[in-house]
Design a protein around this ligand. Structure first.
Ligand SMILES: Cc1cc2nc3c(=O)[nH]c(=O)nc-3n(C[C@H](O)[C@H](O)[C@H](O)COP(=O)(O)OP(=O)(O)OC[C@H]3O[C@@H](n4cnc5c(N)ncnc54)[C@H](O)[C@@H]3O)c2cc1C
Length: 540
């Protein structure tokens, strides 16, 4: 693995130098970790350290080492050793986030690669599955599919890489979310390794999470600031094999948003998302090449409820081609499920009533792809023309969405000249969060060379096949600035955030009494401040 050719897009340079912790115990730490975990589970390889301390967006400080515990006992042993040496610990799951969540700017820490915690234990009698934190959503789905079971939330689009531990630690949305909520809502209980090495279990009964105050909820969305999740228990539900996919286009944002809002209010769909025209065209631009088209066609056919339905869906997608993606300014895509086709059709009919009052129906190729390939390869970590990519999002109360949308229009106008000059462009993606909120995500794209991280995730062959870009400090600096300004814009409009990491303000936005309580909890669980310091802004 090569280190990046240039230090593009890093956390501030003053902070990136790996400042070794002061403790005299540090020189002993590496041999101790090797003795406890085995040499294979402790890495100081410069290429690996570089890749594992880069998220989708940028580079953090280099750690002292990366450890990959293979079970809970070795995880606890490694934590105890780091705690004794006074060395910070940073959890990393699939590494598919982009909010500095596992990037410790100061360096000198140990990264915990939790992908080795990969056990899955299905207890069908109790309708519970227990998974190691490092299990990916794709692996979990595959394991459960043969049993006719699934978890209610069943993963983000990045589920080939994203782990259950990572998603539960930062709150994730997508598959199953319209029907069953976000990742945190599908957790029964957790086993967490605290900064002391002690194992804390949040559950008492597998019958329900809600038995007194919500101990489990304290740790969901904590970005690892309160401890390392070792195992997660999730409820199981039956897979409903009958489904349909529907897509609609809208001439303007107001009609598009109102349709999403009303569909969520009535709870009609299992999954839903929206794209603007720019993002639709960008995304589909990537489904190029006969090989990938054939693979998708095969998956669409196999995932259909019946052979006839599969052929019908393929014909609809074929007829639509790429035209569907330029049909309107905004496109809404739905997946509806049911115990039988009558239920599916009833939901689809009601969705059509809502949508056709405001827009028009288009071919359902996009949700057809998503249903067939829910966990696509992570090619979207680069843009359609090989650009770098970073999404910025906020969850806004529906009533406040129009004001944010107008403010974003002003933002675009203000930055139009600089963006056009440096080749920076943006698209928007949407999903409802229950009946109360709209996730409004802005994807920024800019011409910049890929980092070693991108090569590690996508492979050199893929990178050779997409257009390349030279290092471009000016474009990267503009994106840094746009991102910061967008985050402030979201805060001014009362937005909440998933995957807070170190990017979004959290602690400072809490009610003072709630903030004091959370600080006291952090102090109790992690008195030395070694557990993913800086995440959630708790130390600020
Ligand atoms: C192509 C693409 C598509 C995506 N689609 C979606 C989507 O549909 N929905 C969505 O919500 N997000 C999406 N994301 C963002 C991201 O992939 C997800 O949020 C995912 O949940 C991250 O999981 P991960 O295992 O990669 O976590 P990581 O990126 O490794 O870590 C995330 C955070 O959790 C902490 N952490 C990780 N593991 C643990 C643990 N065991 N204990 C304690 N803390 C831990 C880390 O320190 C970090 O703060 C997408 C990203 C990409 C690149």
């Amino acid at each position: 693995m090569n280190a990046p050719a240039h230090p593009e897009h890093t956390l501030p340079p003053s902070a990136v130098t790996a400042a070794a912790p002061a403790s005299a115990a540090v020189p002993l730490l590496l041999p101790q970790l090797i003795a406890a975990l085995g040499a294979d589970s402790v890495s100081r390889d410069a290429g690996r350290l570089t890749v594992l301390s880069h998220d989708v967006y940028r580079q953090g400080g280099l750690p002292l080492a990366v450890v990959r515990p293979r079970d809970v006992a070795t995880l606890q042993a490694a934590v105890r050793l780091c705690a004794a040496a006074g060395v910070a610990m940073v959890p990393r799951g699939g590494g598919a986030s982009y909010t500095d969540g596992y990037l410790l700017p100061a360096g000198g820490h140990v990264v915990f690669d939790l992908g080795g915690l990969d056990h899955i234990e299905v207890d069908a009698a109790h309708a519970v599955v227990t998974v190691g934190a490092g299990v990916t959503w794709a692996t979990l789905r595959e394991r459960l599919a043969g049993l006719g079971l699934r978890t209610p939330f069943w993963g983000p689009f990045s589920g080939l890489a994203a782990t259950v531990g990572g998603s539960v630690s930062q709150n994730a949305i997508s598959h199953g979310s319209a029907g069953h909520g976000i990742s945190a809502q599908s957790v029964l209980s957790l086993d967490v390794v605290l900064a002391s090495g002690e194992l804390l279990g949040t559950g008492i009964s597998s019958a329900t999470r809600h038995f007194g105050p919500d101990m489990t909820g304290l740790f969901t969305g904590d970005c690892g600031a309160l401890g390392l999740k070792a195992a997660i228990r999730l409820p199981l539900i039956a897979v409903r094999s009958q489904f349909d996919t529907l897509s609609f286009a809208f001439p303007d944002f107001a009609r598009f948003h109102e349709t999403l809002r009303l569909a969520a209010l009535e709870g009609l769909e299992d999954e839903q998302f929206g794209l603007d025209k720019a993002l639709s065209q960008g995304q589909i631009g990537k489904q190029e090449g006969l090989g990938s088209k054939l693979a998708i066609a095969l998956k669409v056919f196999r995932s259909a409820p019946s052979a006839t339905a599969g052929v019908r869906q393929l014909l609809r997608m074929l007829a639509a081609g790429h035209r569907v993606l330029s049909s309107g300014e905004y496109m809404a895509h739905f997946i509806v499920e049911g115990a039988n086709m009558a239920e599916v059709q009833a939901k689809a009919a009601r969705l059509r009533e809502l949508a056709l009052a405001r827009g028009f129906e288009i071919a359902n190729s996009v949700p057809g792809f998503v249903r067939a390939m829910p966990f696509a390869p992570l090619t979207n970590i680069l843009g359609p023309k090989g650009e770098r990519w970073v999404p910025v999002h906020g969850i806004l109360p529906h009533a406040d969405v129009p004001a944010f949308h107008a403010a974003l229009h002003d933002f675009r106008t203000r930055h139009h000249e600089a963006m056009a000059r440096l080749g920076v462009w943006m698209g928007t993606m949407f999903a409802t969060v229950s009946s109360t909120g709209l996730l409004y995500e802005i994807a920024l794209y800019w011409p910049e060379a890929p980092a070693a991280y991108h090569e590690a995730v996508l492979g050199a062959e893929h990178l050779r096949a997409v257009p390349g870009h030279a290092p471009n400090a000016a474009a990267s600096a503009l994106v840094d600035l746009l991102k910061e300004e967008l985050i402030e814009l979201y805060a001014r409009h009362g937005a909440a955030h998933f995957q807070i990491g170190r990017a979004y303000p959290y602690a400072q936005r809490l009610d003072p009494a709630a903030r004091a309580l959370l600080s006291a909890l952090k102090q109790t669980l992690d008195p030395q401040g070694l557990m993913n310091p800086g995440a959630l802004g708790l130390e600020g």
